[in-house]
Ligand binder design. Structure first.
Ligand SMILES: C[S@@+](CC[C@H](N)C(=O)[O-])C[C@H]1O[C@@H](n2cnc3c(N)ncnc32)[C@H](O)[C@@H]1O
Length: 398
């Protein structure tokens, strides 16, 4: 069942409803769901009441029922307006977040909840394994190693002068270090650090003390070898959604081209905020997209495919207005989102040129979509020029 289409049939105003119960499990493909439970604002509730739907009960609360829908105006004493503050948005639809559903199911503890908890655990584990699988692919490893010298991010081309791709990859770390306000003595967490290139540069050039975490053991081994003799950097295998650090530990959480891997961005940001000192900054450098419906079909299909194959659920869900909607809910001191596409476009154009021959050769055999990085190189430049895909710098102050 497509929740988005079914809910659109109700023509409810934006910000007047949230999907509660197990809906998010269906939206994330964890399991099917036969019904859609909605909590709506009082106003929307009154308008449904007038439609004469059947009445049922959620505990003591009256809900209106028709077809797949159960619609109430309260979820365990919380209104839609309250719940919307922590909603997880998927394809424009707000859901009770996976974390909240997990906690609710743990507390309720019925047999079906226990089954769902196991499914959520498997989903989280699988998501980690998919990331591992992608970065362990020989084509990913060779591509990043030989084309980008072990960096796994774009290059920065502002400031003039010809730059090799590797020099540009180093230049973006400088740009982002300045954007994040990293100074000598800053305690930095490099979340999703890959082979540790950024962490080492931040330590050597900016005098920061850096802890790097990544899911991929091979990358952490590379990073640890590269850091031998440098006391200001350390690396460990860890999931950045459950960080092995105390509250209020860091001045900066530096997340370079890793955030779209998160299957639950709000949860990830909350975890980053937990380990940040008051006044500390989260700095995210990643993509956002225009609404998929506004793009040519071929492009939105390619974006879906890249998101799936690279295990980046955020790549086809984080729209240009995403942070502007999410961050005010998280009670942060301030935030800014900057469109930095112009600074990376020359590099993306280079990648487009480099990918042209292999892409078209593979296309003859209908295999052009088998390599997500090649596909990204092929679509990225035009999509960037047309503002379908943006490269953004996000700074969030705790
Ligand atoms: C595109 S690479 C960027 C690596 C590095 N920041 C760089 O710029 O070279 C994304 C990295 O995020 C890591 N990653 C993805 N999800 C993660 C998670 N939940 N916890 C820790 N690392 C994660 C991946 O293993 C991968 O190394």
């Amino acid at each position: 069942m497509n929740f988005r289409q079914r809910i659109a049939e109700l023509e409810l105003p934006e910000d007047s409803y949230i999907v509660v119960g197990s809906g998010i499990l269906a939206a994330l493909g964890i399991r099917e769901s036969r019904d859609i439970d909605l909590v709506v604002t009082d106003e929307a509730y009154k308008s449904i009441e007038k439609l004469g739907w059947e009445q049922g009960l959620w505990g003591d609360d009256i809900v209106f029922q028709r077809d797949v829908f159960d619609i109430g105006n309260d979820w365990y004493g919380k209104s839609a307006t309250h719940l919307l503050k922590h909603a997880q948005i998927i394809e424009g639809v707000p859901y009770l977040s996976l974390d909240d559903v997990y906690e609710w199911k743990k507390q309720r503890g019925q047999e079906k909840d226990i089954r769902d908890i196991a499914l959520i655990d498997d989903y989280r584990q699988m998501s980690r394994e998919k990331t591992l699988k992608y970065y362990e692919r020989l084509s990913s490893r060779l591509g990043y190693q030989f084309v980008l010298g072990g960096h796994r991010h774009f290059g920065w081309y502002k400031g003039g002068g010809h730059k090799t791709m590797i020099k540009a990859a180093e230049a973006i770390i400088d740009h982002l270090a300045e954007f994040s306000g990293i100074v000598p003595g800053s305690n930095v967490l490099d979340a999703g650090c890959g082979q540790g290139r950024s962490a080492l540069q931040l330590a050597k050039k900016y005098g920061a003390t850096v802890s790097g975490v990544d899911l991929v053991p091979r990358s952490i081994s590379f990073a640890q070898r590269a850091a031998i003799g440098n006391k200001n950097v350390n690396f460990q295998i860890a999931d950045y959604n459950t960080l092995p650090f105390k509250d209020n530990s860091f001045d900066v959480v530096f997340a370079l081209e890793t955030f779209t891997h998160s299957s639950d961005p709000e949860r990830t940001i909350r975890e980053f905020l937990r380990v940040l000192k008051p006044g500390g900054r989260i700095a995210i450098f990643d993509y956002s997209i225009a609404p998929l419906a506004s793009m040519p079909r071929e492009l939105s299909d390619a974006i879906h495919l890249i998101a799936k194959e690279t295990d980046c659920p955020g790549f086809d869900t984080i729209t240009h207005d995403y942070y502007g909607k999410l961050l005010p809910k998280l009670k942060v001191s301030s935030f800014e989102v900057i469109n930095a596409t112009e600074g990376v476009l020359p590099g993306i154009k280079n990648m487009y040129r480099l990918s042209w021959v292999p892409y078209h050769l593979l296309k003859i055999f209908k295999h052009q979509n088998d390599h997500p990085n090649l596909l990204m190189a092929h679509i990225g430049w035009q999509a960037g020029v047309r503002d379908y895909i943006r490269y953004i710098n996000v700074k969030i102050v705790k």
